[in-house]
Design a protein around this ligand. Structure first.
Ligand code: GLN
Length: 488
């Protein structure tokens, strides 16, 4: 096995036993990126020199016994909407194509403190708006299983890098599915934590009441390790929860006996590709064979989740993105006639088509004549959707279903039909609307040998039940070991 194929937990043990050095591991990963990334396009920036310096420093601290975290020496990549001091944080946009933050996001600080080594910043849809990573200003990321296909999005770079061995793990952000959907398209583990569990300080805002940072990893064990490192209260984020989080590795238990697993009728209807439905039903069988009980439930509000999400997300986006006026930071138009021309041209030239569409729609639903009809109504629908999920959780411990109605599609196939793209978010957005945690894990391959993701939805702050259920699935199946053949 080559170094990039190992998990965090395996590498951590090799590092602490001194069987490999952190420098050697970092060098190997940088070599891997050099070989593959011109084709796959996972990274926007690669920070070779900083990575090697950090590796040397971390190795010294480890040798002195100062650093003992399981993430010590583990090379990672971070989505390019999470601020890294001194390193370009572009958000996949021309608007921020010159933005070098003077500070680190809370999660970045935490990962540096645990000794993890940053390899670079990962590609994404512009401002995290999209599901295919095709709207990045810089490049398209390709799916490692089939380079003619999208890796999903918006954290497409984060998922593809982990699966291709260009990072041992990565961070993404999830506003309506952007961690789980690319994890499912690329075949890795992706967790969208409960709203408030991870600080959003230093995450470039898309829709603040929905955004959450989370890990993408090869295994559920690795997910628990990264979650341990990044969770917890941060006074810099007013929505950050004060509860003390548990040690998530304690939930790595291979046992689902007596658990009630809810399968909503609406999650396996005809809108879902047959291969995916079969894989989900197979997962149900795995669980029931292990002693869990499957209960059929109903979430009778599914037809409202996509419109509700796209009204709330776009309203918040239009307000969050008002700050990009060319004055404070980012791109500025040259030779303006006057201040109005300056602001107008900065925004026209700096934002891409999808971002502009969303700002216009968001401004529309917030405007005085339409506020009540759209935005206020969407807030009411949000309350009802949240209530329906809470009700569903009275009948079961966890809910399972697909992540997306399709597997990875061809590059260019859907980019010109935004409504069709938005509709594909149906199974991921309710989780953000209700502030719940949810994970995607590999559960099969379709007829084209493309990965299928199983989604596990938990109660608020009950990441442990998700981890336990996902870990049990992993221990009793082989899907997490499937890797694309990349001929290198
Ligand atoms: N696809 C969804 C959107 O375009 C989700 C994006 C996200 O989670 N950042 O809004």
């Amino acid at each position: 096995m080559q170094l990039h194929e190992y998990t965090i937990s395996e590498l951590s043990s090799l590092i602490s036993k001194k069987e490999i050095s952190i420098l050697e591991l970092t060098q190997h990963m940088l070599g891997r990126i050099e070989k593959l990334d011109s084709e796959l396009g996972c990274y926007i920036s690669i920070v070779e020199d900083q990575a090697m310096e950090q590796a040397a420093k971390v190795q010294k601290m480890l040798d002195k016994g100062i650093l003992t975290s399981p993430l010590t020496g583990i090379p990672m990549g971070i989505k390019d909407n999470i601020c890294t001091e001194g390193i370009l944080t572009s958000c996949g946009s021309k608007m921020l194509s010159n933005f070098v933050p003077p500070y680190n996001a809370h999660v970045v600080k935490k990962l540096y403190n645990s000794g993890s080594v940053l390899l670079g910043k990962l590609n994404m849809d512009e401002y995290a708006m999209g599901s295919s990573t095709e709207s990045s200003y810089f490049k398209k990321t390709r799916n490692p299983w089939d380079t003619e296909r999208v890796p999903g999005g918006s954290s497409g770079g984060s998922a593809a890098a982990v699966v291709a061995g260009e990072a041992i793990y990565s961070l993404g952000s999830d506003t309506g599915g952007s961690i789980r959907q690319p994890a499912s398209f690329c075949g890795c583990v992706g967790l969208k934590p409960t709203y408030g569990l991870i600080s959003r300080f230093g995450l470039v805002s898309y829709a603040s009441s929905l955004d959450q940072i989370g890990p993408l990893t090869k295994t559920v064990t690795d997910c628990a390790l990264v979650l341990n490192a990044i969770a917890g209260h941060d006074p810099m984020d007013l929505t950050s929860s004060r509860r003390i989080h548990p040690d998530y590795t304690k939930a790595l238990i291979n046992d689902v006996k007596g658990m009630k697993i809810g399968l909503p009728r609406e999650f396996i209807d005809d809108s879902v590709e047959k291969n995916i439905r079969d894989a989900i039903l197979n997962a149900v069988k795995v669980f029931t064979d292990l002693g869990a009980e499957c209960v059929e439930i109903s979430i009778p509000v599914m037809e409202y989740v996509v419109p509700t999400y796209y009204i709330i997300a776009l309203a918040e986006a239009s307000s969050n993105l008002a700050r990009y006026d060319g004055v404070k930071f980012g791109y500025r138009a040259s030779n303006p006639k006057d201040i109005l021309d300056f602001c107008k041209r900065t925004r026209s030239e700096g934002f891409g088509t999808e971002v502009k569409r969303r700002i216009l729609l968001g401004t529309y639903v917030l405007s005085s004549g339409y506020y009540d009809a759209y935005y206020k109504k969407a807030l009411k629908a949000r309350a009802i959707i949240t209530r329906e999920f809470n009700k569903a959780f009275e009948q079961c411990d966890i809910i399972i279903g697909p992540v997306s109605p399709t597997t990875a599609y061809k590059i260019g196939e859907k980019i010109n039909d935004p409504i069709q793209m938005y509709m594909e978010d149906i199974f991921t957005v309710p989780v953000n609307i209700a502030g719940l945690p949810a994970m995607s894990i590999p559960c099969g391959l379709d007829n084209n040998s493309l990965p299928i993701g199983l989604q596990l939805l938990g109660k608020r702050f009950d990441e442990q039940t998700i981890i336990k259920t996902a870990y049990t699935f992993e221990q009793n199946t082989e899907f997490h070991n499937l890797r694309p053949s990349l001929n290198v």
